[in-house]
Design a protein around this ligand. Structure first.
Ligand SMILES: [Zn+2]
Length: 109
């Protein structure tokens, strides 16, 4: 049996990439894929058939992003915090670059 493990995409929050389990209708192989949310079907790892369907397994449930309204609010707060930090980081870097340019004499000499 072929098993796949979560791949870390650089710069990608791993929690945003859920693992889905698929069954192949052609050969019966069960396999896991790390996919964007909303992907319905993939090609079978074993036989290459496109006739696969997604399973709603315990494994997938463990990767659910939202558990309860309270959890959802906490997750949203975390997301907002992360977004704020990313934005602040970007601004700081942009400012540093601008200052470096100014020190170097500026774009117009
Ligand atoms: Zn197959």
């Amino acid at each position: 049996m072929i098993r796949s493990y979560p791949v870390r995409y650089p710069g990608y929050p791993s929690s945003a990439m859920p693992i889905y389990e698929f069954d192949c209708d052609e050969c019966g192989t069960r396999f896991e894929e790390l996919l964007d949310v909303g992907t319905r079907s993939v090609v079978c790892r074993n036989c290459g058939s496109g006739r696969t369907h997604r399973r709603y397994s315990a494994q997938a449930a463990a990767f659910q992003l939202v558990k309860s309204p309270g959890e959802a609010r906490k997750q949203e707060a975390r997301n907002a915090e992360l977004q704020k930090r990313t934005k602040a980081d970007f601004k700081a870097r942009r400012k540093a670059a601008r200052e470096a340019r100014a020190r170097a004499g500026g774009p117009d000499g």
